[in-house]
Design a binder for this molecule. Structure first.
Ligand SMILES: [Ca+2]
Length: 204
């Protein structure tokens, strides 16, 4: 008798849960504020970030382009997010090396936010290194962000804003290091490169 009476009780709990599930509608405005970092929400990252292989988690450089033998994808606990990061060697004469990739389906007249995590590996033979980011062919006209890195072993966000003028364009990230001995090359670590409309961050 007890078992018979228990079964309807369980059924009614299930029915109640089903009803609650059907009535539950996620609040997307809440989702945006809570997940301001698009990497916390994989769905948002896919729909928002215009950058492919943004955190180098494929373990390869593609579809980023770089000069031969200066861009190394590394696996280790140093990474800012995921398992991999990019180790970009800078050029002699205190000059920069660049990674770039073509972006598609950009929304014109829409405010985008760019950010990249950058770090000087320790030890560093350079006085400081810098990161410079631009869109298109002209590094001056297309400048999005720049920053100087002074403190080895710390990830630092380099961020800026941009309004795309074309649906397709090229994103370039340059790393250069400054040393008294200009024959020395430096290294800058890069990870989690995001270029996404600001409304994806819940900033609108
Ligand atoms: Ca990563």
């Amino acid at each position: 008798m007890r078992r018979l009476s228990a079964i309807p009780a369980k059924l009614s709990q299930r029915q109640a849960f089903r009803t609650m599930s059907q009535e539950y509608k996620p609040d997307h405005s809440l989702l945006r504020t809570q997940h301001s970092n698009p990497f916390i929400n994989p769905t948002m990252s896919l729909s928002c970030n215009a950058v492919s292989n943004p955190s180098f988690e494929t373990g390869t450089l593609s579809p980023w382009h770089a000069p031969i033998n200066v861009a190394t994808i590394t696996n280790g606990s140093t990474s800012y997010s995921g398992n991999y990061y990019l180790n970009l060697q800078t050029a002699v004469g205190n000059r920069g090396n660049t990674i770039s990739q073509g972006l598609r389906h950009l929304k014109r007249h829409t405010q985008y936010k760019f950010s990249v995590q950058a770090q000087l590996p320790s030890p560093s033979g350079s006085e400081y290194c810098s990161v410079y980011v631009y869109i298109g062919r002209n590094a001056t006209v297309g400048k999005i962000a720049s920053a100087q890195l002074f403190h080895p072993g710390e990830w630092m966000e380099v961020a800026g804003n941009w309004v795309p003028r074309r649906e397709q364009d090229v994103l370039s990230v340059v790393a250069a290091c400054d040393s008294e001995d200009s024959s020395v090359t430096g290294n800058v670590l890069l990870d989690e490169i995001v270029f996404a409309p600001v409304d994806c961050y819940g900033l609108e």
